[in-house]
Design a protein around this ligand. Structure first.
Ligand SMILES: *[C@@H]1O[C@H](CO)[C@@H](O)[C@H](O)[C@H]1NC(C)=O
Ligand SMILES: *[C@@H]1O[C@H](CO)[C@@H](O)[C@H](O)[C@H]1NC(C)=O
Length: 179
């Protein structure tokens, strides 16, 4: 029993939350994701705007707040939602307008957030770029961290307009991750 407690504590400590910026309402459509990002960190691809921001892989014993931002990166706080114990959550723009340029999270408890630099209305202290892009099929995945910006912007255009994997230009093939 004691061992079990310690083991699950370790699991919680190494688990981190994935933030997904999504092109479709209700966290549907294509997405870019920052995998396993820390609290008070901005996940953003700069100016690219999305309709929804999701958080997945939230350890069920954590209480967090998911945050959305607009006006480029995490410049302006837009929405906040508490997780209340769910492991997967979504904040979506009700009017379906793609205006969310960043997402992030922090712990709900003041104590747990203490010491962490605030990710406030004036922006987050550190921004991380998404690691992966996943097409609408929720399967086809590309490693985008090292992708040249101009190439990425075009891939993003394709992904957001619902282009299927088979119809993408060959140039993206080397970036594909087998999942
Ligand atoms: C989490 O960050 C927000 C700013 O984004 C801040 O207003 C809030 O106080 C923080 N939460 C806690 C519990 O510190
Ligand atoms: C999707 O975006 C790509 C890249 O901008 C463009 O070449 C293609 O024509 C678009 N397709 C549709 C159906 O809009």
């Amino acid at each position: 029993m004691k061992f079990f407690t310690i083991a699950s504590g370790l699991v919680a400590a190494v688990s981190a939350i994935d933030i997904r910026l999504r092109s479709g309402g209700g966290c549907t459509g294509t997405y870019v994701a920052c995998v396993g990002i820390n609290p008070n960190t901005c996940c953003s691809n700069g100016g690219t705007a999305f309709i929804a921001v999701g958080a997945v892989a939230i350890p069920s014993n954590w209480r967090i707040e998911l945050r959305t931002y607009q006006n480029g990166g995490c410049n302006t706080l837009r929405g906040i939602q508490g997780s209340g114990g769910v492991t997967n959550m979504c904040i979506s723009e009700n009017d379906g307008i793609a205006r969310l340029t960043g997402g992030g999270w922090n712990f709900s408890s003041k104590k747990r957030n203490a010491g962490a630099a605030a990710c406030s209305t004036t922006g987050c202290t550190s921004t991380v770029k998404p690691d992966i892009l996943v097409l609408e099929d929720e399967t086809t995945t590309f490693a985008i961290a090292e992708m040249e910006e101009s190439l990425l912007n075009v891939l993003m255009d394709y992904a957001i307009n619902g282009t299927q994997a088979a119809d993408l230009p060959q140039v993206y093939e080397p970036y594909k991750i087998e999942t």
